[in-house]
Design a protein around this ligand. Structure first.
Ligand SMILES: C[S@@+](CC[C@H](N)C(=O)[O-])C[C@H]1O[C@@H](n2cnc3c(N)ncnc32)[C@H](O)[C@@H]1O
Length: 216
């Protein structure tokens, strides 16, 4: 994990930072489809992906997660957005996206004039200075009634806190959104979940996974 101290970046620094990250390595977060956390995330989101004919992945990286998620299925639209052109170039080779753009998510929202069945904010929010505003913008522009938003947040001493997770949840009022799933996918130390181990050397203890469905 090369970026654990790089959370909450100002917009002006995001592109420079991620360009550099992607220049140094073409698998910066050491993605492995067989990783237990990845497998659990996919298990959670797959039922929604199977029935989605349009999917957008905001902060898609090199497309590895999307490739692992949709496999050989061919949803009508699989849209990827990443701030790093290098990431987008790699995502092109993943063979799963039929639309990709290299842009900051907020900027991309200005030009994407449609909604999606499934919207992914997977391991991307904590880099944003104003991640709450980003979530609101994404929810307002990309979700129609019945759309599903999947959010994965790293929680731990060097990432977000459970309280930050709650503040994200407060952006989805029960009058408009149904919480389909809230899960904690944890790292363990000697079989003990890290979130119960108060040894602050860990940068993250678990992922908080949230799935919301927009109501009529
Ligand atoms: C930790 S990676 C996650 C990649 C992928 N979602 C996954 O879970 O495997 C975060 C990605 O988000 C991209 N990113 C960060 N901030 C962004 C922004 N404001 N707009 C678009 N992409 C962004 C980075 O370039 C990077 O590829």
């Amino acid at each position: 994990m090369i970026d654990r101290d790089q959370i909450g970046l100002e917009k002006a620094h995001l592109r420079k930072y991620f360009d550099e990250v992607w220049k140094q390595c073409d698998n910066p977060w050491n993605f492995k489809a067989g990783n237990i956390i990845v497998k659990k995330k996919i298990e959670i989101i797959e039922p929604y992906a199977v029935s989605a004919s349009s999917i957008i992945d905001l902060g898609c990286g090199g497309g590895e997660f999307m490739a692992a998620l949709i496999g050989n299925r061919k949803p009508e639209i699989v849209f990827g957005v990443d701030i790093s052109p290098k990431a987008v170039a790699k995502a092109e080779t993943a063979g799963v996206f039929n639309r990709l753009i290299a842009a900051d998510i907020n900027d991309a929202l200005e030009s994407i004039n449609r909604t999606f069945d499934l919207v992914l904010l997977n391991e991307v929010l904590y880099y944003q200075k104003d991640y709450r505003a980003l979530v609101q913008n994404v929810a307002a522009r990309l979700a129609a009634p019945n759309s599903v938003i999947f959010i994965a947040l790293a929680i731990g001493p060097k990432f977000l806190s459970e309280r930050d997770g709650k503040s994200v949840m407060s952006l989805f009022p029960a009058s408009k959104w149904r919480l389909e799933k809230k899960a904690r996918v944890g790292y363990t130390f000697k079989k003990i979940p890290l979130r119960f181990v108060f040894w602050k050397k860990f940068s993250q203890t678990h992922k908080l996974i949230l799935i919301y469905r927009k109501m009529q």
